[in-house]
Design a protein around this ligand. Sequence first.
Ligand code: ZN
Length: 510
Amino acid sequence: MELKSLDPNIRTAVEQYKALEEKIAHLSMISSLVGWDQKVTAPKKGRDLFAKAIGTFRTEQFKLSVSEEMGSLLRLLSAPEVQADLDEITQAQLRERTAEYERFKKIPEDMYRDYVVLTSKANHAWEEARERSDFSLFQPYLEKIVDFNRKMAEIFGYDQHPYDALLHEFEPGLSVAVLDPLFAKLRESSVGLLERINRSGNKPSTAVFEQAFEVDQQKKFNHYFLPILGFDMNAGRLDETVHPFAQSMNTGDVRITTRYLQNNVRSAVFGTIHEAGHGIYEQNIDPRFEETVLSSGASFGIHESQSRFLENMIGRSESFWTYFYPKLQEHFPKQLEGVSQHDFYRAINSVQPTMIRVEADELTYNLHIMIRYEIEKALINGDIEVAELPAIWNEKMQEYLGITPANDTEGVLQDVHWSFGGFGYFPSYSLGNLYAAQLLNTILREKPDFYADIEAGRFEGIQEWLKDKIHRHGKLYTPEQLIRQVTGEDLKADYLVDYLEEKYSRIYGL
Ligand code: ZN
């Protein structure tokens, strides 16, 4: 930006604002690093004190972002006559920061403090309830969390549906009015497709996975393919955790984790590919956005689109295994002897309704999300109450997936999200699938060699495309702007519906 050409008062304000952003970014970088350490390497006995230290850092970060100084700088720099003189990057920073500032400012301080205590207790209660499979242990906490979120929806404000106010935190600009028809279309087609798959006489065998796969060989294989996919090992690392995740410190230090299970070789392979999708996104954000609020993904849904694109559209394609299956066989000659590449491809794409969301296949996964979306909407709207959840959950499982949980542990208690108050989070997962399919349609049009490249193990061109269209922009554009800019249209359900229909018709001979 040409700071020199600005009015001196404005120039000073921009400099002060940017210094404040840097400070926030530094605090965030350190708390992320300690957070990663807690999950990956820290010895158990020291964890509680570090958890407190992270709390201190986050509080400082929060204070700076709602400080008087921040407020007056935002007011000054957001004036239309000032905005006109600022460059696009500064404008986008101010847009993002102002939205967050206004949101935070609306939360009454005492209410927020009570909520932090409540969710920390709720998390313990949820863990215990899940262990004992007893929803009633979690119910009183969840009632208070729902109550808080209902109040917050009113405080934040919304045009049509109170749930919109919560959705915005994860997917800025999205509303129930937009999401309902998208999800309805996806749900109806998925339920229909699942029925046809269930009736098919041509089901893939998954017997190959009912064997032990040595963990050290799995590690070798994962560390072998990760850099080939485009994950820069000089700007990141791969570690082990119980729950895989991706954590960016900055674009030069992005850490992902996976989990190796001897009796489930798929868990690590697809877990690593998934997290690599998140990680590559973060590594490729424009370095000019470093230390600003723009140095992260455009939204939860767009972030998830990058992990799903790599995991499903690429990692579960036949082309991918044309290249990698011989390598996998080299790592597991005994287990894969006599299993053809095509049979392996069909096996990794077998569809089987399961009680647990995180174990679901590419098709039924979205139905798990629909259940949560419909429940959250109705809860926030006051159409249903927390006490009814176990029964409603089981009814919907039967209706969409044709199975009923035997207990609350494999039903309504399976996810952590509600215990930390993450209402509005779940739709991001299916949004990610919708965005990913729409992006696939565009990349196939612009890069006709897409599958040929994958078959040859050439990922540079694909990653270049993703970087150019999505990654480098960070949070510069809203998700809506971004998807329109890349694909030429708003988000549509048709691309995912057609992709699933075509893929599974072929695999199941429908
Ligand atoms: Zn993800």
